[in-house]
Design a protein around this ligand. Structure first.
Ligand SMILES: C[S@@+](CC[C@H](N)C(=O)[O-])C[C@H]1O[C@@H](n2cnc3c(N)ncnc32)[C@H](O)[C@@H]1O
Length: 248
């Protein structure tokens, strides 16, 4: 018996991995994060039990898993995007380890990848930014020391800010001194869902633009000079005259 933590991807049911889909179709118990995982991801399942974890607390989830373990039934624990990011799988894994219940994590397409794809952007352009910081807005979960937005912003790297759309003005004020008023920023709402929408602007006008759209939940903020930028060097990888292992 194994618990499979499966990344469902950002919304589009075709953006789950082949392995994740196969396991969902095989497992007799499915527990899915219904607030962000569309039911369509579960299509083709033949599970006896399909439970939406949005209505449950941690102990209830662990009880369901422990009961499946007792019956010798595999569990598909389906999380949005990639389970390793803001998925709260850490606390579940800790309980499973204490109970001696085996688990495996099946990665998924994270929201950041889906948003970059939607914008037609590479997040790591030579000379512009070679690092991406994935972070969140500190609301109920406080940021550890040194990870405050203003502190991360000092790097000027491409940044993906989760769970922050309702605090856009505050976020902009913390980014501004480091990125500059003309720095491009995008807010992407429900990327890959049928109602996906987005706005692109600068740190000067994004708050107003996003407010006009009425984005409230499930939106990612992408900021950095890689967005809409055509002024950068070509990579060594495809440069004629640059030899490497596969192109001597
Ligand atoms: C609890 S976190 C889960 C992140 C997820 N594990 C991942 O890898 O994308 C939820 C936040 O991720 C972002 N998010 C998730 N799905 C999204 C989507 N389809 N479009 C835009 N942002 C999304 C939003 O910032 C949302 O508030």
């Amino acid at each position: 018996m194994t618990v499979y933590f499966i990344g469902a991807g950002p919304g589009d049911p075709e953006l789950i991995t082949v392995k994740g889909q196969r396991l969902i179709r095989q497992c007799p118990v499915i527990i899915y994060a219904g607030s962000l995982v569309p039911k369509a991801v579960l299509e083709g399942h033949c599970a006896e039990q399909v439970i939406n974890s949005a209505e449950l607390h941690l102990e209830q989830i662990i009880e369901l898993i422990a009961a499946a373990h007792h019956r010798g039934q595999d569990v598909a624990r389906v999380h949005s995007g990639d389970p390793s990011l803001y998925g709260a799988i850490g606390e579940q894994i800790r309980c499973l380890r204490e109970l001696g219940i085996p688990f495996e994590i099946i990665p998924g397409v994270t929201a950041m990848s889906a948003c970059a794809a939607l914008l037609g952007a590479e997040l790591t352009l030579p000379d512009v930014s070679q690092s991406v910081i994935l972070t969140r807005y500190a609301d109920k979960t406080a940021m550890p020391a040194g990870e405050e937005l203003a502190s991360l912003a000092q790097h000027g790297a491409t940044m993906a800010i989760h769970l922050g759309v309702n605090h856009l003005e505050k976020i902009v004020s913390e980014l501004l001194p480091h990125y500059g008023a003309d720095c491009p920023i995008a807010v992407i709402h429900r990327a890959t869902w049928p109602d996906q929408d987005w706005v692109v602007g600068t740190l000067t006008d994004i708050a107003e633009k996003a407010q006009a759209k009425g984005f409230r939940r499930t939106a990612l903020i992408l900021v950095g000079r890689v967005l809409g930028n055509d002024v950068f060097s070509e990579s060594s990888l495809y440069r004629a005259g640059h030899a490497h292992l596969y192109r001597p």
